[in-house]
Every structure is written in C-alpha cells, then in structure tokens.
Design a protein around this ligand. Structure first.
Ligand SMILES: [Zn+2]
Ligand SMILES: [Zn+2]
Length: 347
C-alpha cells in the first residue's frame, strides 16, 4: 500500500518563517511517500481501507518533535474508511463505514479510565503517534476504538469530525456556557469553525466574538454566526464570560484573560504552546477567573459529537489534497493559508 512515512523529526520549511529548531534538519517534504506492506491484524483489531484522513496541527507538532511519537511513523488521526477485514469474532463488522480518532487505546482499569476520564489515562495511546495512522491506503485500529459514521456524507467532509470536531466538542463542554453569556473564540481554524456552530445551535442567545489574524477566517466566522469579529489586538464590544483558545501561542492566554469579566472561564484547546504563557495574578486571574486545558478526547466525546453532527448537520469547510501532496498540506497549514480543514482524499 501507499503511505506517507515520517522517518526522522524535521522542521517543516515555510518561506518567511524563521528557523526555530537548528538541531533538526529543515525539510520541504518531511514525509516520504513509500510502498509498504499492508498492516497485519492483531487481536481485537480491524483493517480499514481509508477514504479520507484529516491533517491536524498536532501532526506538525509531531513532525517537529514537540509531541513524542514512535519512528518510523504513519501520521494521521482523523480517519474515515471502510472495514475490509477483522480479527476473528468481529466478522460482522466487515463493510461498515467507520472513523478512527486520536484516542487509539487506553488501559480501561486506572483511576481515570474508571471515572470516564480515559483521556487522562497514563497509558493512553494515540493514533498516528503511538500507532500508525491514516496517511495511507490502509490502517488497523482496535475494534473498541472505532465509530460508526453516516453513509450519506462524503468521507472528506466527515474527516474533521474525528479530531477538530470531537476535541472542539470537549472544549465546548468544559467551557460550561450558560444562556446569554458572551463567548470569545480565539483563533478560527478547523476546530473553532465547528465549535461556533455547536454554540449557535445549543445557545442561541449567547453573543459570540471571534478573534483571528486572518481576514478570510473572520469572514467565515461572520457567515457562521459570529456577532463580532476582530484582530486579537482589538477590543470586543463587551467583556467576555467564556473564552476558548484554539491558537498555538502563549500570548492568547493573557489576552483572553485581560478581556474576561469576573468569574469567567478560559478553556485552552491546544496541546502545545510555542511561546511562553506569561500571567500577572492581578491582571489576569484575580476576580475568580479560571483556566482549564483540554487533553486528548474520550470515546464518548467522539460518539456524542457524531450524534450531534448527524442531528444538526454541522458544515465542515475543507480543503482537499491527494495523499501524494500531504507535504504541501502540512506546509499550507503551518503557513496558515488553508481555506478550511485540510483533508487528504485517499480513495
Ligand atoms: Zn488532531
Ligand atoms: Zn487508564
């Protein structure tokens, strides 16, 4: 099968961006497209013929060594495909259309798993990071970590549900939005463009302010129901009660807290911050302001979000690439020039 493989960590070359990791090789094409044998089935696993796989900013974090992974590695954790073979006992699943998300495995018995917080399991294994993922024609997954997907929607449209959507849904839940509150969304990429639609449908009376550096992103935010959009340096009409941060930089955290009203909550939907978080207690935290980070997803987040999607038909804005063009997709994402979520159309 054809697959895009990461053999060594590298800094992805993007014109105009300065070098951050002089110890890593600088590469235009960090992933190699190779022919490799089909993955073999192990106990309780299924084999998936992949239709589409989303490209996520976390993939850039993995390639550039900010997230630990196995090597060599097939990345990709927003997988949509069809089951073509299974370990014995699961044959009835052949032919099903399923998705695979970032959560590839958890222990099931630790204190966190038992409390339904499998996203915090210390043995958590991630798809396209600890296991080979979806930048390939086929992949395997554990049968307990797959999700049935609707059959009448194009696979490329469903791919962003598996990470951008389901992690966004987790961030939305942790934000604990109440009717009539003012919500600030910081950054407006794959995840935020889905989250704004969730908030609009579930909390029609909230006021939503979207902060983004990109004029195109601000236009899309308006179309999807933002009440106000602006550059992160601009002040919104009123102070916010809830903020969700989708950006890879630390400055957003202090900015969001400056704009926050008393008793507000900030949820950070990002694995890694590339620049330091600098907080002043009086300016940023006093008056009972809260900060909560989002780590990984649980299977319930993914299931609940797919249900929500099916009932509410959220729109996913995507930009399609071929598997052979995965390096271009990664560069476009790093340079913030993708229009919608980048998705590889594999079949
Ligand atoms: Zn992701
Ligand atoms: Zn566990």
């Amino acid at each position: 099968m054809k697959a895009a493989v990461l053999k060594e960590h590298a800094e992805i070359f993007v014109e105009g961006l300065s070098r951050r990791y002089p110890d890593l090789p600088l590469k235009e094409d960090p992933l190699e497209i190779i022919d490799m044998p089909l993955p073999t089935l192990e106990k309780n696993k299924i084999l998936i013929e992949i239709e589409a796989c989303g490209v996520c900013y976390t993939d850039i974090d993995i390639i550039e060594g900010r997230v630990r992974c196995k090597l060599p590695l097939v990345l990709g954790h927003q997988i949509v495909g069809r089951i073509v073979d299974t370990w014995r006992g699961h044959e009835d699943l052949v032919g099903e259309r399923v998705g695979v998300a970032w959560i590839g495995w958890s222990c099931g018995s630790c204190e966190y798993c038992r409390r339904g917080l499998e996203n915090l399991c210390r043995s958590y294994k991630a798809t396209g990071c600890d296991f080979d993922g979806g930048y390939a024609e086929y992949t395997t997954a554990y049968v307990d970590y797959i999700y049935r997907l609707p059959k009448d929607v194009d696979g490329v449209k469903l791919a962003p549900l598996m990470c951008a959507g389901s992690i966004g849904y987790r961030a939305y839940k942790l934000a604990n939005i109440s009717e009539g509150s003012r919500v600030g969304l910081f950054g407006f990429g794959s995840s935020a463009h889905i989250v704004i639609q969730i908030i609009r449908r579930l909390h029609p009376s909230t006021e939503i302010y979207v902060f983004s550096r990109g004029a195109e992103h601000r236009d899309l935010a308006k179309k999807l129901g933002a009440d106000w959009t602006g550059h992160p340096s601009e002040d919104p009409p009123k102070k916010i009660n809830v903020a969700i941060d989708f950006t890879p930089v630390g400055e957003t955290i202090s900015r969001a807290l400056e704009l926050m009203d008393r008793g507000g909550r900030l949820v950070i939907n990002a694995i890694r911050k590339q620049t330091p978080v600098l907080l002043d207690y009086t300016r940023h935290l006093w008056e009972e302001k809260e900060i909560k980070s989002v780590a990984n997803v649980t299977r319930d987040d993914v299931r609940n979000f797919i249900d929500f999607y099916v009932k509410n038909r959220i729109e996913t804005h995507i930009q399609i690439y071929r598997l052979e063009d995965v390096n271009r997709a990664l560069k476009d994402l790093k340079a913030a020039r993708t229009k919608g979520s980048p998705v590889l159309k594999i079949r």
